[in-house]
Design a protein around this ligand. Structure first.
Ligand code: 7N6
Length: 335
């Protein structure tokens, strides 16, 4: 069944069906039980039936009548059964893994978790830059070896700092830079929109943006425009002391080019929450560099994740009830 996008809200209050209005898929986020998410939704939407689908069979049955399904992903086969579906509320900020054309064909609205982890990912980015500026990785190695040997560090203040991607995370990073006395540069899809930074560039000018930057963070979505953005050529433009932080998606960086840059001392260091491939195989050369710090795609974790996400999803459900349409929602992706 296909419906026009932004179809009318089909669940009148007092709906007497036993089937749930909102189905929470059995996908925990960052290891947090989905029951916590379901409870947060129930608190905010007491007049809605929220069910947790615990098994694949349970999901197949429950989605047949649900207006809203929420989880980290949904595939074509589940979508094919979700005849009443109006909204898929993704529990991730990134949506490059979702079947966007099928959602569009079926008239299902898509929202993301953008903003839920902006604050903590921004703290991760600033912490990563400062850790490398002050030589914390070297200090850790020396401590393990019980070596007291003074070394030189660098100042973060006074440097040029580049944020690639100005979504919720990029914005939050820029906000946090206010007290650091740095020069700020942003790269964004639509530079004509301006930016809260000293300079702003489009992706076609990324070399200009990173050329003199000592600190760069990737916080952009993975799109045709950003896949492989950090390639061999860009890694020759970056300053040899540049510290690169990736909190976007692994394939924004060409991994072989990154390894090569580390081997040849073209880069001051890298802090990677995401890699390509992911997880990074245990024999991968990236593990070996002292100036590369890798975290297992968990920069986004915050104990507040489900509370913040439930705020967005519940507000959107209320908005759709009021307007009678599943459009104009917070974090809605244009399909
Ligand atoms: C999965 C994290 C996001 O897009 O990168 C995160 O919200 C997903 C473990």
């Amino acid at each position: 069944m296909s419906r026009p996008a932004g179809g009318t809200v089909f669940w009148p209050p007092g709906d007497d069906t036993d089937m749930p209005d909102i189905v929470v898929r059995r996908h925990s986020v960052h290891g947090m039980p989905v029951d916590q998410y379901a409870s947060a939704l129930r608190e905010r939407l007491p007049d809605r039936e929220v069910a947790v689908a615990r098994t694949p069979a349970g999901e197949r049955e429950l989605v047949t009548d649900a207006a809203v399904v929420t989880g980290s992903a949904i595939d074509e086969s589940l979508l094919g059964r979700a005849d009443a579906l109006q909204l898929f509320a993704s529990t991730y900020a990134g949506y490059d893994h979702l079947p966007l054309s099928t959602l569009a064909e079926r008239g299902v609205a898509l929202t993301t978790a953008s903003g839920v982890h902006a604050q903590n990912v921004a703290e991760y980015v600033v912490g990563a830059w400062l850790s490398l500026a002050r030589g914390f990785l070297r200090a850790r190695r020396q401590q393990r070896e019980r070596v007291w040997q003074a070394f030189q560090a660098t100042d973060f203040a006074g440097s040029r700092v580049c944020v690639v991607g100005l979504g919720a995370i990029g914005d939050a990073v820029v906000e946090r830079l206010a007290g650091f006395d740095v020069e700020t540069v942003a790269v964004r899809h639509s530079p004509e929109k301006g930016a809260p930074t000293d300079e702003v560039y489009g992706y076609d000018e990324v070399h200009e943006a990173v050329a003199d930057a000592r600190y760069v963070a990737l916080a952009c979505p993975l799109t045709d425009e950003t896949r492989g953005l950090v390639d061999r050529s860009l890694l020759r433009t970056t300053h040899p002391d540049c510290v690169l932080v990736n909190v976007a998606r692994g394939p924004v960086v060409d991994t072989d080019a990154l390894v090569d840059a580390c081997q040849r001392n073209y880069l001051g260091g890298a802090v990677l929450d995401v890699t390509d491939p992911e997880p990074l195989p245990s024999d991968h050369p990236l593990w070996e560099f002292e100036n590369v710090l890798i975290t297992p795609h968990n920069a986004g974790h915050t104990p507040e994740y489900y509370e913040r996400l439930a705020d967005i999803v519940a507000d959107n459900v209320r908005r759709a009830e009021e307007t009678g349409a599943w459009d104009g929602l917070e974090n809605q992706v244009e399909l």
